[in-house]
Design a protein around this ligand. Sequence first.
Ligand SMILES: C[S@@+](CC[C@H](N)C(=O)[O-])C[C@H]1O[C@@H](n2cnc3c(N)ncnc32)[C@H](O)[C@@H]1O
Length: 276
Amino acid sequence: MSTANSVAGHYGSAGIAERVLAAWRAANGPDARPTPDSLAQFDHFHGRGVLATQELAAQLALRPGERVLDIGSGIGGPARWFAAKFAVPVTGVDLTPEFCAAAEALSAATGLADRVSIIHGSALALPVPDGAFDAAYSQNVIMNIADKRLFYREAFRALRPGGRLVLSNLCAGPMGEPYFPVPWATTRDTSFLATPQEMRADLLAAGFAIADFRDITDATREAQRRTRERIDKGEVPRIAVDIIMGERAREMQWNSIRSIEEGRGTAIEALVRKPG
Ligand SMILES: C[S@@+](CC[C@H](N)C(=O)[O-])C[C@H]1O[C@@H](n2cnc3c(N)ncnc32)[C@H](O)[C@@H]1O
């Protein structure tokens, strides 16, 4: 099986939008209308949830009307959040067909279908014209990408000169590979963690100028510690990973927590620019 099929097979399942909306209604009542903010707990599928998205937004400093690309848009939580907060059109590209369908259904449920477009496709052959975007972001996707230079070259191609890209990503840690399964991969066959040094080199090789590159592992570890305390007390918050990954989520979260605690992953946020 190709890596793309294995990655999509890891993430995809039927009825994701229905499960997200059911969890949202259980928390908010049957009659209210979901908003990107009230859905955020359930549809931002990455470590630290909407807090991490807010950090990327601060780095991107979007202006109204700028065209934004979300590479590996998942079920569309960050795309809807950006579109609503900054009045920008967002195009999301994702490999997992069930995620694209869920993203479209949730955008319709939040009344954002006219501002968020989702395209089923690969980050390694972005189905978008050259220079079509002012800004782009990608959250917790590059861990699934073996050919990282191609990923960065495609992002570079999609941006206009002067366009910026903000990334959050788990890189390799000094203490060896993570424990599997983790939320992004069932086995090591679809997990590709570069070192932070390799990430920098790959970004530069694609032509980007690096404006900011920071290790946020401590903040990630602290957020995970709080999650672990809540799990220990039996207060398991329903978050995107539970709803999307179902019964496998608990083991994946534990492995992710343990891996970060033991130095088996380094969380990186980076802001880069296409010169021009
Ligand atoms: C952990 S999820 C993050 C989703 C989303 N960025 C978020 O933060 O909510 C990783 C996503 O990357 C997507 N993905 C992995 N490899 C991809 C590729 N080659 N092209 C496009 N999407 C990819 C998966 O389908 C999945 O939606």
